[in-house]
Design a protein around this ligand. Sequence first.
Ligand code: FAD
Length: 285
Amino acid sequence: MKITERLKKPGKLFSFEFYPPKTEQDEERLFETVKDLKSLKPDFISITNSSTGATPYRTVDLSGSIKEKLGLEVMAHLTCIGHTRVEIKAIAERLKVLGIENVLALRGDIHNIDGHKAKREYHYASELAADLKAMGGFAIGGAGYPEKHPDAPDFDSDIRALKTKTAAGIDFIITQLFFENRFYFDFMEKALKAGVSAPIIPGLMPLTSYKQLQGFDKFSVFLPQIIKDGVEKYAEDKDSLLKFSVEYASRQAEDLLKNGAPGVHFYTLNRSKATKEILNNLEHK
Ligand code: FAD
């Protein structure tokens, strides 16, 4: 089912994000994780894509095989910065052959390109969204940034870019993760004021290791002191850290759902335990 159709139905939407593993053994483990989370009846799962343009078919093939083998709805992430228009057309056609009807249209991070060359046929996700729309047959998602995209000079221009993106064909938005809900609610208000009417699904990630604390600055994601203290306190105690993070994210999700969010997208980092416990804690399902 297209996510756009699902969003018209009653009930909150839940989705889980995974990344394509590099080894066969890791892929087997991923299938076990997805199978485990299937019992929670997610509305869809999503598979990330590298922005270099080097391995798009890893995402495409994994999306197809999860849909076929596990019978789950899948949204394939598609980045454009490392691709030509001809390449994007071929990838989109392959997705259609595999029955994938949902795509998250992204620019991709330029600094991830490393040794690979940005192909410079695409500059922004809105251009990819327009091409996918013209091809037809996809429900198209896009990324949103409650704390502003790090490259944007100011919030207003980022919101204008979001508006351009929806005008180009983005049907729904999934947000960058955040740890304080005020960012999501302010973002919703700004988007609505700018005329963005697409549903905005908040993205949440429970932190399950001390290592994950690093690098949030790069993404312009604010880390509240309570999170820093909790993760530092339980750095050597995985069970207590999991409990702390699950409690924090459960409270966050409950408040978002109670106050109008259409659902929650979970960044799982290919693990099931934390997401499973959070969903089991929720009353507003
Ligand atoms: P855009 O919407 O193109 O925006 C990029 C920047 O350009 C913003 O600062 C925006 O304000 C600005 N901008 C946009 N349009 C214009 C315009 N017309 N004029 C001037 N400025 C403009 N990355 C991956 O590599 N693989 C993934 O699988 C992946 N999945 C993601 C999933 C989610 C839910 C999210 C939130 C992000 C994901 N990302 C992924 C990260 C994303 O690729 C990066 O954040 C990237 O830097 C921006 O992508 P975008 O699609 O938001 O770009």
